[in-house]
Design a protein around this ligand. Structure first.
Ligand code: TYM
Length: 328
């Protein structure tokens, strides 16, 4: 069985972009692949997080993995910090990544360009920890949204270099980017990615958001004056984004959506998008409400920890022997 691995940072609450671009895919693939889905809680402290808020987001993130349909009997679900080997392999990967490569990472460059204050060493070297997360488990594929593709490509380069230097150690993974929904955009600015750091909070829909508020955000999403539901991301970015959301959640193709709304206004189209989104959220939230009251989160994490730890110990041991930092 081929293996897939991916993770999500519990920075703030998970949103519709995380669900469409990543989480829903982990669920879709878990019958066909050996899915490893972890919570990247080390990655999220690369930017300051208020500790109590982080604790809550962390538990919510696992509960949402389960509520969205990840099954701990099929998939391996664990916390990054439960497997200490990630940080250790992370440092080893950091020592095998060049400054020039890190300087080319667009996420870091964007933060620098925005003149963000107090950028940490953690945010700069973050892709090296991500390489370790991936290479530790020899996955065939890494399902991620478009924004993470560059990091997976760096991981491949580092793995190839390591294998050339020390002999075959890591499987070379491929990023798996969904054809539709790989980059869900802000509802208020369809040229910007939907993101947890949305300043106005109007462009992002959270998985645990109140349904009336989610509906309102969709009904006031930015569109255009062309009055035509057509998939044209260049000239109609707002409508194209809503079509991506609808298509991902309902499995309708763009041409089916275009046909359905051929002679209808944007109000009707937005209402239909809001219905699909609210159905999805209602379903996730009712499961989440059950899970968060139970001990399912703790049980799933313990199951995952046991499976992941075995694989991680074997791989780190193999790596350390190869690079000569162990006496044997
Ligand atoms: P993170 O937490 O920013 O995002 C988690 C996943 O959600 C996808 N995503 C989106 N997809 C579509 N539209 C959007 N607007 C959108 N926003 C986010 C991301 O592409 C990602 O797949 N570095 C990673 C976490 C990580 C990881 C890993 C992933 C750490 N180690 C190893 C894969 C493998 C991150 O910050 O994702």
């Amino acid at each position: 069985m081929k293996r897939m691995l991916s993770g999500i940072k519990p920075t703030g609450q998970l949103h519709l972009g995380n669900y469409i671009g990543a989480l829903s895919k982990f669920v879709e693939y878990q019958d066909e692949y050996d899915v490893i889905a972890f919570i990247a809680n080390l990655h999220c402290i690369t930017v300051y997080q208020e500790p109590n808020e982080l604790r809550k987001n962390l538990k919510d993130c696992v509960a949402l993995y389960l509520a969205c349909g990840l099954d701990p009997d099929k998939s391996t679900i664990f916390l990054q910090t439960d497997i200490m080997e990630h940080a250790q392999l992370g440092f080893i990967m950091c020592c095998n990544t060049y400054l020039g490569e890190l300087n080319r990472m667009t996420q870091f460059k964007d933060k620098q360009a925005k003149n963000e204050k107090n950028l940490t060493g953690g945010i700069y070297t973050y892709p090296t920890l991500m390489s370790a997360d991936i290479l530790m488990y020899d996955p065939d594929f890494v399902p991620v949204g478009e924004d993470q593709k560059q990091h997976v490509e760096l991981c491949r380069d580092v793995a190839i270099r390591f294998n050339n230097k020390y002999g075959d150690t890591f499987k070379i993974p491929s990023p798996l980017i969904p054809k539709v929904g790989a980059r869900i955009m802000s509802l208020q600015d369809p040229n910007k990615k939907m993101s947890k750091s949305d300043e106005t909070n109007k462009g992002c829909i959270y998985l645990l958001e109140d349904l009336a508020s989610a509906r309102k955000k969709i009904m006031s999403a930015k569109t255009d004056s062309l009055a035509c539901v057509k998939y044209d991301p260049i000239n109609q970015a707002g409508i194209a984004n809503l079509m991506q959301i609808m298509s991902s959640l309902s499995n309708k193709t763009f041409s089916e959506i275009e046909k359905e709304f051929e002679n209808k206004g944007y109000g009707d189209f937005k209402k239909a998008v809001a219905d699909v989104v609210c159905d999805t959220l209602a379903n996730i939230q009712s499961k989440y409400n059950e899970i968060i009251k139970s001990n399912q989160v703790e049980i799933a994490l313990e199951k995952g920890r046991i499976k992941a730890e075995k694989l991680a110990k074997e791989k780190l041991n193999q790596v350390q022997l190869k690079i000569g930092i162990e006496i044997k």
